[in-house]
Design a protein around this ligand. Structure first.
Ligand code: GRF
Length: 200
């Protein structure tokens, strides 16, 4: 399966996918990495792996819709089977979802439907939950609302900070992402409303 991965930051989830894809039996290859900003470690990781990159910055386009269409076009040039948003800090819009709805995945560092949005680890810590985790989902028009592909849990420790909790989540999140994307590449994914399962 051909993967395009979109990033906005450090790209540790991307790196986990790049490392997994080095084994041919994994069943997937990262064919391009896109970003919504320049100068991030995620793009440097792609370059070190010899993977083509592109950047689409919202401020370079006359409207959010124009950016969304341009992003969809950049992605389409690499003909992916699956698009993975790996720490991509923008919501994709209607043009993108027209082209890639049902085969765009995102990870969220909380157990959906709890704590959607940008502050999942901080919100979980503030609420006082004892277990949190990460959710892999099929992107829809909402914020972290898409049908759930996989979830993984981690404990919240008494002395956690937002950073220590997010780090623990990210370790589990990367393992979940690599495991699930490999299964999708090898087995397929069936999406039936909100019910998602691996398989043809
Ligand atoms: C991940 O926890 C992702 O879920 C969140 O931001 C983090 C990105 O990490 N939205 P990285 O860029 O893959 O290291």
């Amino acid at each position: 399966a051909r993967l395009v991965v979109l990033v906005s930051g450090s790209g540790t989830n991307l790196q986990a996918l790049l490392d997994a894809c080095a084994d041919p039996s994994y069943g997937a290859q990262v064919v391009a990495v896109g970003a919504d900003r320049d100068g991030i470690e995620g793009l440097a990781r792609a370059e070190r792996a010899g993977v083509p990159t592109f950047t689409a910055r919202v401020k370079d386009f006359p409207s959010r819709d124009a950016w969304d269409r341009a992003l969809a076009d950049e992605v389409a040039a690499f003909a992916p089977d699956l698009v993975v948003l790996a720490g991509f800090m923008k919501l994709v819009g209607p043009a993108f979802l027209d082209a890639y709805g049902g085969r765009t995945l995102n990870t969220h560092p909380a157990l959906s439907p709890s704590f959607p949005g940008m502050q999942g680890p901080a919100d979980a810590l503030a609420y006082g939950v004892k277990v949190t985790g990460a959710t892999l989902f099929v992107v829809d028009a909402g914020v972290d609302t898409g049908a759930i592909v996989a979830q993984t849990t981690v404990p919240v420790e008494d002395d956690d900070t937002v950073e220590s909790l997010h780090e623990r989540i990210k370790v589990a999140e990367r393992a979940m992402l690599v495991d699930s994307v490999g299964r999708i590449a090898r087995e397929g994914l069936r999406v039936d409303g909100r019910r998602v399962r691996f398989g043809a």
